[in-house]
Write a protein that binds this ligand. Structure first.
Ligand code: NAD
Length: 363
């Protein structure tokens, strides 16, 4: 059986414990891994002087596949998000987040099954920001006021929202390719083109054009606010949602809430050359080291990784074992219980024990 070299970035906060649990269940499938472990974030600053050291990027470029825990981003000051920087550095332009209801989870409905494809490199997330009060922002405000004849308050900060034809083309084409490969019937482009005509409007125009050459898959578009309401009321009408970066971020958490919370929401960052698998949730620092939070979102990201590595049987077996443990409802963490203080909730590592046992029982 082939071995897979995979970069493992445990991250910080609850990252190391949920990644440990995930490595255990991945190895219990019988697939063999050579883990190349790297630090990033605060922990890397001590040794490398940067939160995203070159060896992490070099390892992912070489292995082409990584499993990653969450990394804390300081709010307001300090370094920019390592998670966003990693996606930009490796040009991981598509973030795929399936929203799938597992029986026994606290689902809004039990038939939920749609996929968010989020553009991952552009939009207001591009990190082009100008701090209020600086000479740069003053200069820019004057320039923009001159060009648009619109008044921007002088005490403003500015964030720039770039959306390109090429960036939009590749994410929309990715959504169609994903739909085709995964036997999904429809792509819905999500935007606010009625308000932002030259960014979201451009994205929508490109999406309509790309749809013309993908006629085997149905296409439609929705304005993002309406999309949120529709997802809650009529989720079965939606299949693959192709979203600009910020909307994809927000709709991902909406989707996570619909299937019982962030503890069950996986993700895959995909680029032309490499892929990084990580949960939707963050580092939940207040729970770090407590063996308390749910490892299943990272484990389900591991299932996506197995599929990417074409280890389909192992992916199916692990997903079934996870689904069984959720359905049995015994060996699950606090977030999957009706009451958050339910004393029968188990810890992170006990969830891994139960899934490993379930895998063995099913083998
Ligand atoms: P968070 O997702 O870390 O936590 C929000 C809340 O969700 C937690 O307090 C907890 O109640 C719950 N939660 C999250 N994960 C859970 C799990 N596995 N099991 C059970 N409950 C869980 O969001 P936050 O508090 O906004 O962010 C904390 C830090 O994580 C910030 O620094 C943020 O920038 C970072 N972050 C990183 C990533 C990433 O690495 N990709 C993503 C989002 C946020």
């Amino acid at each position: 059986m082939a071995r897979h070299a995979v970069t493992l970035v445990p991250g910080d906060g609850v990252g190391p414990e949920i990644c440990d649990a995930t490595v255990r269940v991945l190895e219990a499938t019988g697939v063999q891994f050579d883990w190349d472990v790297h630090q990033a974030g605060e922990a890397a600053i001590k040794d490398f002087g940067t939160p995203l050291p070159e060896p992490v990027l070099a390892s992912i470029r070489k292995n082409k596949v990584a499993l990653k825990g969450p990394i804390t981003t300081p709010v307001g000051s300090g370094f920019r998000s390592v998670n966003v920087a990693l996606r930009q550095e490796l040009d991981l332009y598509a973030l795929v987040r399936p929203v799938k209801a597992y029986k026994g989870a606290r689902n809004l409905r039990d038939d939920l099954d749609f996929v968010i494809v989020r553009e991952n490199t552009e939009d207001i997330y591009a990190g082009i920001e100008f701090e209020q009060g600086t000479s740069d922002v003053k200069h820019l405000i004057e320039e923009i006021s001159g060009l648009t004849k619109k008044n921007i308050r002088l005490d403003s900060g500015l964030s720039i929202k770039p959306v390109s034809i090429s960036g939009s083309e590749r994410i929309v084409q990715f959504a169609f390719d994903y739909a085709r490969k995964n036997k999904r019937r429809k792509v819905t482009a999500v935007h606010k083109a009625n308000i932002m005509k030259h960014t979201d409007g451009l994205f929508l125009a490109v999406a309509r054009r790309v749809a013309e050459s993908n006629k085997d898959i149905e296409f439609e578009d929705r304005i993002v606010d309406n999309m949120c309401m529709q997802l809650v009321l009529r989720p079965r009408e939606y299949d693959v949602l192709c979203c600009l970066n910020l909307y994809g971020d927000i709709i991902s958490d909406l989707g996570a809430g619909m299937i019982g919370g962030l503890g069950l929401a996986p993700g895959a960052n995909i680029g032309s050359n490499s892929a990084v698998f990580e949960a939707t949730h963050g580092s939940a620092p207040k729970y770090a080291g407590l063996n308390k939070v749910n490892p299943i979102a990272v484990m389900l990201s591991g299932v996506l990784m197995l599929r990417h590595l074409e280890e389909v049987a192992a992916a199916d077996a692990l997903e079934t074992a996870i689904a069984d443990v959720i359905a049995l409802g015994k060996s699950v963490t606090y977030d999957l219980k009706e009451m958050r203080d339910d004393p029968t909730a188990v810890g992170t590592s006990q969830v891994a024990d139960a899934i490993v046992a379930q895998l063995k029982a099913g083998a």
